[in-house]
Design a binder for this molecule. Structure first.
Ligand SMILES: *Cc1c(COP(=O)(O)O)cnc(C)c1O
Length: 464
């Protein structure tokens, strides 16, 4: 049939529904959904014909296409993947995996009712923020704390509550963009405060801040340049100098710590001071993420002086950015690892960032042995040393030395192998280097190893 004539020959939806009614699998789906997918299938065929592509428009072919579309609804779009990139805090891959305790805390409250805003001692209304305050204060040395949806929201709330309608002084070297349109100047504007930039890109002196302080100054803000670093002829006043200056003028001094770590960390040669250390320098309020170096769920944590936190509790913005119960449960469970357990062992992010090169080499050898054992003809695998960033806009100067396995399949390009791994039921995300697929073992479990070996076997046995 001529392509032009095929338009008219596309079967009607009613006719396709009749054909589909004989299909056992399709009969399990609601009729409206089936109709939708049949419509999509015919629309696609029409589009192909319009482009001059000859396509099968028999009823059976269209029903089969609709069936593939229907199957997508069985599988959540947001699903588990295997991270073979070696990047621990991969923002696109969901940042921090949760610890066992955090997962069990989420499980506990997920399906039923909970004490979210209920005080079992008094039988009265409670506060959702109360669940984590005591632990946060113990771990950071803060007087009080509050938790919101994420750190971007935390920064916004702090500025709105403490400096709306007033000026906030920030060093030009710290007017950062985090990505996803989080830019400090924009956040400031959105919060109702106005930005006063001081100093230069590479150097800002204490006197620059001092000269900018006026009768309409609301706060001094320091921002952790978490995703980049300037090296060479640079300087910024120390936290201590800034806080002394602010307090001399009765101003609050705030720090957006970005990642924020509850333990002082040295990762890949870069030192990250703890929240506790920053607060003890005199910062009145600090904000940080729950799912970066802390290793918990998405959250923005605000810790510091009780008088300022009290103002935030009264800000109407708080209600709009409040944390949900699942994230809160995960955060509480994560904090319990710090309070009770061995965070470097039990918090996956910290364990992966601190894994020794010896341990990583052994694990890479394990994965390599699994590959060898498959006896797959044409599979070439080799243990190699690798360097990876920490990711998540944290520790930009850190270089983490690790290990992985480089694989090649005879007759297949690295790009083909990478695509096939990525498009599996449980996607395996890897990278390509010099026409080999690189599987970095840092973020992989032994269960993942088996999944990867199986994937390569299946792929190797398929016709290219
Ligand atoms: C990551 C980051 C943010 C944003 O934190 P989210 O938790 O992703 O909202 C804000 N400021 C700095 C300095 C950051 O590094």
């Amino acid at each position: 049939m001529e392509v032009a004539n095929k338009f008219k020959a596309i079967p009607s939806i009613d006719r396709l529904l009749l054909v589909a009614a004989n299909d056992l699998e399709i009969s399990n789906y609601p009729r409206e959904l089936v109709t939708d997918c049949l419509r999509q299938a015919t629309a696609r065929s029409r589009e192909l014909l319009r482009q001059g592509v000859d396509t099968d428009i028999e009823a059976d072919a269209l029903v089969a296409m609709a069936k593939l579309l229907l199957r997508r609804f069985n599988k959540p779009s947001l699903r588990r993947i295997i991270n073979a990139t070696g990047v621990v805090l991969h923002t696109n891959l969901g940042r921090a995996p949760l610890s066992t305790r955090a997962v069990s805390c989420v499980n506990e409250v997920m399906a039923g009712y909970s004490t979210l805003e209920y005080d079992v001692d008094t039988g009265n209304r409670g506060s959702r923020y109360s669940h984590v305050v005591q632990q946060l204060c113990r771990l950071t040395g803060a007087e009080d704390a509050i938790v919101v949806n994420n750190n971007a929201a935390a920064v916004m709330l702090v500025l709105s509550a403490l400096a709306k309608g007033r000026e906030v002084i920030v060093s030009r070297g710290e007017l950062i963009e985090i990505g996803g349109s989080f830019r400090i100047p924009d956040v400031l504007k959105q919060s109702g405060a106005s930005l006063v930039e001081v100093g230069t890109t590479n150097k800002t002196h204490l006197s620059d801040f001092e000269q900018a302080i006026g009768c309409n100054t609301g706060a001094i803000l320091k921002v952790h340049t978490s995703n980049y670093c300037i090296i060479g002829f640079t300087s910024q006043p120390s936290g201590l100098e800034l806080s002394e200056l602010a307090h001399k003028h009765n101003l609050p001094v705030i720090e957006d710590l970005g990642s924020g770590t509850l333990l002082p960390l040295t990762v890949g040669g870069q030192v990250e001071p703890s929240v506790n250390e920053r607060l003890s320098l005199g910062f009145d309020i600090v904000t940080f993420s729950g799912d970066k170096l802390l290793g918990g769920a998405q959250a923005g944590i605000i810790a510091g002086k009780a008088e300022y936190i009290a103002k935030m509790k009264k800000d109407p913005l708080l209600r709009a950015i409040r944390i949900d119960k699942l994230s809160l449960a995960a955060l509480e469970g994560t904090l319990m690892e710090y309070t009770l357990g061995q965070p470097l062992r039990d918090i996956p992010v910290l364990a992966m960032l601190n894994a020794s090169t010896d341990e990583l080499r052994e694990r890479a050898e394990l994965l390599n042995n699994l590959m060898v054992k498959t006896n797959l003809p044409g599979l070439a695998a080799e243990v190699i040393s690798l360097n990876s960033p920490a990711g998540g806009g944290a520790l930009p100067a850190a270089v983490l030395a690790g290990y992985g396995v480089a694989v090649q399949l005879a007759g297949r390009s690295a790009a083909e192998v990478e695509t096939c791994l990525r498009q599996r039921e449980i996607p395996i995300i890897a990278r390509i280097q010099e026409d080999r697929v690189i599987l970095d073992v840092r973020c992989l479990t032994e269960q993942d190893f088996v999944e990867i070996a199986t994937a390569l076997c299946e792929l190797g046995r398929l016709e290219p």
